[in-house]
Ligand binder design. Structure first.
Ligand code: PSU
Ligand code: MN
Length: 301
């Protein structure tokens, strides 16, 4: 594992560090906005006082804190970086390939690196046809065994949100809304599902995480909704979703291709509006994650 100097110094000095994933950059968002989003997330983390650590695999080497050139190399379409979940990392290292890490892959590496906070757009979860396909994101099981705070705008709205919340419960993953009792709906601020808990400040999230980890080896999901006035129009959302699900069915996609195909059709159908919303929400999550990492570090110092 190669760690950027800035990240290793920050960890040594007990400063806030936030892990950022790369699947959202390589498989989740279209070029060229994908690189812009990655940079905006890093800038958001920095503006909170924490240090960003964007994680990926280059030629079989794990990099914690990709430089801007390394990130561009990873996202270069001709290099065909793989989408890596936690289970793929060892094999990818042995094969010496390039790979972008999902939430599951990123938190597996972050934990080893000693990073306690991660930000993403929308967590993976239970797909709508899971009763038949068994398609449930490894993000859920990874979070059940990793002691980390993940800040996300809920789970992607392409999923079966109710089933995903039930699985998070069974798996012992703590879930709290950030200043809300409504579970966010990724592109929409409210999924219609309510939450037992709301946390009101970065310091309160840090305190909740300290308490949680004394009794559990699972993670804490902080569900941070997009602002109402930045969310995707409700009707457009539902129409795009219908089109995306039909597209996936028509193409017969399965496995790790499902989520990227659904997100790409969302972007096409909404003429890029879903991409803008995705950008806004992930940057807001990076900012909040940075503030939480500062509070976790402050309490330790
Ligand atoms: N959030 C986004 N866009 C994304 C993802 C999250 O706004 O593309 C990625 C994350 O890497 C997440 C992955 O772990 O989608 C889930 O993929 P799957 O459903 O195949 O587990
Ligand atoms: Mn899947």
């Amino acid at each position: 594992m190669r760690m950027h100097d800035e990240v290793s110094t920050a960890l040594k000095e007990d400063r806030g560090v936030v892990a950022l994933e790369t699947t959202i950059v390589v498989q989740g968002l279209p070029a060229p906005v994908n690189i812009e989003v990655a940079r905006d997330c890093e800038a958001a983390v920095r503006s909170s006082g924490s240090v960003p650590a964007t994680i990926g695999i280059l030629e079989g080497e794990i990099v914690v804190g990709l430089t801007s050139e390394e990130l561009e190399r990873l996202a270069e379409p001709s290099r065909q970086a793989a989408k890596l979940s936690a289970r793929d990392i060892g094999i990818a290292l042995a094969r010496g390939v390039d790979g972008a890490t999902t939430v599951a892959g990123t938190i597996a590496i972050a934990e080893k690196a000693g990073i306690e906070v991660m930000a993403t757009g929308g967590l993976g979860g239970v797909h709508r046809d899971a009763a038949h396909s068994f398609d449930e994101s490894a993000d859920l099981t990874a979070l059940s065994r990793t002691s980390i705070v993940v800040v996300a705008s809920g789970v992607k709205s392409i999923l079966d949100i109710g089933a995903t919340l039930e699985r998070l419960d069974s798996l012992g993953v703590a879930v709290a809304g950030y200043r809300t009792h409504q579970f966010p709906g990724f592109y929409r601020s409210d999924s219609g599902f309510s939450l037992d808990w709301s946390l009101e400040s970065p310091a309160q999230v840090a305190a909740a995480f300290r308490g949680h980890r004394r009794f559990s080896s699972a993670g804490l999901l902080v569900a941070n909704p997009i602002d109402d006035d930045h969310q995707l129009d409700g009707q457009l959302h539902d129409d795009a979703l219908e089109s995306a699900l039909a597209m996936a069915e028509r193409l017969g996609v399965s496995g790790k291709d499902v989520t990227p195909v659904l997100l790409a059709e969302f972007a096409r159908f909404s003429e890029g509006r879903s991409v803008k919303v995705n950008q806004d929400l992930v940057v807001a999550n990076a900012l909040l994650a940075g503030a939480i990492a500062m509070e976790i570090a402050r309490a330790r110092a």
